[in-house]
Design a protein around this ligand. Structure first.
Ligand code: GLY
Ligand code: MN
Ligand code: MN
Length: 456
């Protein structure tokens, strides 16, 4: 079990910023990148959602306050990291907490210069001087004091910048999306990132074990959700990596079921898809198990199919393979099973080509994982599926889902939904399963089920 006080390697934000500059400068000699923090979002009336920083902004700054803007300016051979932050404000700090402030942005966060975010409109036009291109991701709204969205400001500033040249015949500075550059930077996980993913995975695996041990008919899905969050947070997770999917019975056939309101009945399976986030890195585990510890024959039949495919897919995860290879393999195996079970009929190749298998396996077999549960990074390079490399982290999560009203299949299979999901880190030799701390064999899970008392 991860110890929440264990020392994690620190994150080299300054080195990340230098790397970002060098990537920006590959496109032009004089560039300005504008990377906004996440805004604070209103939940209802004057109450806000709990704040989580934008992943790219945090990746480059390590700064957790809302409504800031980072500007990376590389013009005339000089590189500057400029931060616009919420100014110190005693009254606001009494209500909502400490602010790093303009001076702190330099002394604590390593900015070369800093300003109040209120000065953004006045300063930004000057920072554009000399730039040949601007990097800015549209739809990252800035909602500081409800004044104006950055998406409206930036193009206007660029137009004002052009006007500043007078009658020159020059066009607007081009805007490039920094998403791909940052995605590629975040793709291969460094040792300090792997520390955090490992911690998140251990906490998540432990919580899944605790849930299996406490599972029993009569519980409600939301009680399971509450226990998951308890075990995550109690053991040091910062927050949930995503909304937990606690899907019992035929709710398990709804891929992103997050309502979590149903009572777990005797004879149900429970599909639990939940991941802890630790210091901005998340895990993503799914286990499916019998609520009373005993799978019925049809549940077991479908479970065994999925588990076998999942283990084979994990075995394929090594340098040189691709996520597309792994997915195609899973699709072929699962389609074969659908034919054997007489859920589909016809030639496998045809069923794959026509996507007929999607009736029972509608999603992909894995996705990149990191600061975001569906992480950034290109899945294709040069028009080809990207080859797996050491440092890549992704999920392996085949499933099988039969809607409760599917009248093409025997009654006994209807309403069964199964997914088995682990997170793997590609290593030089193959892969490391980060989430191996929670069993997925039927007998192992059955032996644990209901062996511990409920909380509370
Ligand atoms: N938890 C969402 C997913 O597995 O992709
Ligand atoms: Mn996933
Ligand atoms: Mn998942």
């Amino acid at each position: 079990m991860a110890n929440s006080t264990e020392k994690l390697r620190s994150i080299p934000y300054a080195a990340r910023r230098q790397h970002f500059f060098s990537e920006l400068l590959k496109g032009a000699e004089n560039v300005v990148a504008i990377i906004p923090a996440h805004p604070e979002l209103v939940r209802n009336n004057d109450v806000h959602f709990k704040f989580r920083q934008d992943s790219n902004f945090y990746y480059l700054t390590g700064f957790e306050e809302p409504d800031a803007i980072a500007v990376f300016r590389a013009v005339g051979g000089k590189k500057e990291f400029i931060l616009f932050v919420r100014p110190k404000d005693l009254a606001q700090e009494i209500w909502t907490g400490y602010r790093t402030g303009v001076d702190g942005a330099v002394s604590k966060l390593g900015a070369d210069r800093s300003y109040s975010v209120d000065d953004f409109d006045a300063q930004m036009p000057k920072l554009l001087h000399g730039a040949e291109r601007v990097y800015y991701g549209l739809h990252k709204t800035l909602n500081y004091n409800g004044v104006e969205y950055l998406d409206a400001k930036i193009p206007r500033m660029i137009e004002d910048h052009r006007k500043g040249f007078g009658r020159s015949g020059r066009g607007l500075l081009p805007i490039y999306d920094p998403h791909e550059i940052l995605g590629e930077m975040r793709l291969l996980k460094s040792p300090d990132e792997i520390d955090r993913l490992r911690k998140a995975s251990q906490i998540t695996a432990n919580a899944h074990c605790e849930i299996i041990q406490r599972c029993r008919p009569g519980l409600y899905e939301y009680q399971v959700e509450a226990m998951v969050e308890y075990f995550f947070r109690f053991h040091g997770a910062t927050r949930m990596g995503y909304n937990s999917i606690v899907a019992s019975g035929h709710n398990a056939t709804i891929l992103h079921y997050i309502e979590n309101s149903r009572r777990l009945e005797d004879g149900d399976l429970l599909l639990l898809d939940a991941g802890a986030e630790c210091d901005y890195y998340t895990s993503d585990i799914t286990r499916t198990f019998a609520v009373n510890g005993k799978m019925t024959a049809p549940q077991r039949e479908l479970y065994d199919i999925v588990l076998k495919v999942q283990k084979e897919c994990v075995a394929m995860a090594k340098p040189g393979a691709t996520l597309v290879n792994i997915h195609n393999f899973a699709v072929e195996e699962l389609t074969d099973a659908m034919v054997t079970l007489k859920f589909l009929s016809g030639d496998r190749k045809k069923l794959v080509e026509t996507l007929a298998y999607k009736r029972y396996y509608p999603h992909g077999t894995g996705h990149l994982l990191g600061m975001d549960v569906h992480d950034v990074g290109l899945y294709q390079t040069d028009g080809q599926p990207r080859k797996l490399q050491p440092g890549m982290v992704f999920t392996v999560e085949p499933g099988f889902y039969v809607l409760f009203d599917d009248n093409q299949v025997p009654d006994k299979y209807r309403g069964i939904g199964i997914r088995v999901e682990d997170d793997v880190l590609i290593t030089p030799e193959g892969c490391e399963v980060l989430t191996s701390g929670v069993p997925k064999e039927v007998d192992d899970m059955a032996a644990m089920t209901g062996t511990k008392p409920l909380l509370g």
